[in-house]
Write a protein that binds this ligand. Structure first.
Ligand SMILES: NC(=O)c1ccc[n+]([C@@H]2O[C@H](COP(=O)([O-])OP(=O)(O)OC[C@H]3O[C@@H](n4cnc5c(N)ncnc54)[C@H](OP(=O)(O)O)[C@@H]3O)[C@@H](O)[C@H]2O)c1
Length: 328
């Protein structure tokens, strides 16, 4: 089988889970899908491991890093795809945007879990990929392992009227704990940090920016809104009080950070009252998205919206699509 060579930018939670999957799934991928994914470079902030014949993944960590960054690796190492898994910069797209743009300009396929390049430049990058013969895929950026973007093929014949979702697991964990245990916002946040669900700087999660980026990606894909992150009206959950959450529960509701998009109302993120029986009432770190359709009615998808393995599973699906593997 002809190797499909990949360069991986990043060696954090998601990249390591992906590299593990490539080892454990190698036989399955070859036997069932007739494909051989071969990592030829892994690039970290500190440097790169490179082997044009394919890296020995079980012996990476002890090997010395070469002093090369992603740009140099893209220049010098032959590959079919770049997997971009460096930290997200929602303000500008960050270095990840440079990585993705250069790879696509060279005709590579690009797969990413990084929302930065997508919210800042998806139309440009998709057009460039079409011209250069590659592709730009980012299923993992919204809802990790919940197949929210590839669902589009199944919804093509219908008209999507609106999209509502709970897209940030950290805020949902905090709101769930406030409802279940009567905790205040700060207490629930500390608990989330203690359990590793919230970052030391939780701003992107609790102020709604992460959810805003995800609903922007969905709004553009499904409703063609051409929305930018700055267009989203965002309110986070810092001002939600324990009393308000308790009162909602008494009246048959929960408070959830709901991200919504429609032609009429544009794109919004805000804490909302959600009836207990609504599909949007997901617990803990779960995510959910409900699509309202003109003909088919509502359809909802729930699942894990973060985590190394969960995110890597979505990245791998995109990689297989880039390598030309089609479901039978
Ligand atoms: N974790 C999740 O559950 C999840 C879910 C959905 C999406 N995502 C997205 O997936 C991406 C990766 O997340 P993660 O959790 O794996 O991140 P992470 O654990 O923080 O790892 C980030 C990695 O990027 C490397 N890096 C930083 N700057 C770099 C540069 N300029 N060039 C090359 N490598 C660089 C770091 O290198 P060093 O190892 O040298 O420090 C590190 O290995 C992020 O964009 C994130 O938003 C994550």
């Amino acid at each position: 089988v002809k190797p499909f060579r990949i360069i991986v930018a990043g060696y954090g939670t998601v990249a390591r889970a992906l590299l593990d999957m490539l080892v454990t799934q190698e036989r399955h991928l070859a036997e069932v899908h007739d494909v051989r994914l071969v990592p030829v470079a892994v690039v970290r902030a500190a440097g790169a491991w490179v082997d044009p014949e394919g890296l020995q993944l079980d012996r990476l960590a002890p090997r010395a890093l070469m002093r090369k960054d992603v740009a140099e690796v893209l220049e010098n190492v032959q590959a079919e795809a770049l997997v971009e898994l460096t930290p997200t910069d929602l303000k500008t797209g960050g270095v990840a945007l440079d990585h993705v743009r250069s790879a696509i300009a060279k005709g590579l396929h690009v797969v990413t879990a990084n929302k930065g390049p997508v919210v800042h430049a998806a139309p440009e990058l998709e057009a460039l990929a079409a011209k250069k013969g590659g592709s730009f895929r980012y299923e993992a950026t919204v809802g990790a392992a919940i197949p929210l973007l590839s669902l589009r093929a199944s919804l093509l014949g219908d008209r999507i009227e609106r999209i509502d979702g709970v897209l940030n697991g950290t805020s949902n964990y905090i709101l769930s704990r406030m409802g279940e245990e009567g905790l205040g916002f700060n207490e629930a946040l500390e608990e989330a940090q203690g359990r590793g669900y919230a970052e030391a700087d939780p701003a992107a999660d609790v102020d709604g920016l992460d959810a805003a980026a995800k609903i922007t990606i969905l709004a553009n894909r499904y409703l063609g809104l051409g929305a930018r992150l700055e267009d989203v009206r965002v309110e986070g959950i810092r001002k939600v009080t324990g009393e308000a959450v308790q009162l909602a529960v008494k009246q048959g509701y929960v408070v959830r950070l709901v991200a919504s998009a429609s032609q009429a109302a544009g794109v919004t993120v805000a804490p909302r009252l959600v009836p207990l029986a609504s599909p949007l009432n997901v617990q803990g770190t779960l995510n959910v998205v409900r699509f309202a359709r003109e003909y088919g009615g509502p359809v909802s998808l729930t699942g894990h919206g973060a985590g190394g393995r969960e995110t890597a599973a979505a990245v791998l699906a995109d990689l297989l699509a880039a390598a030309g593997v089609a479901p039978r």
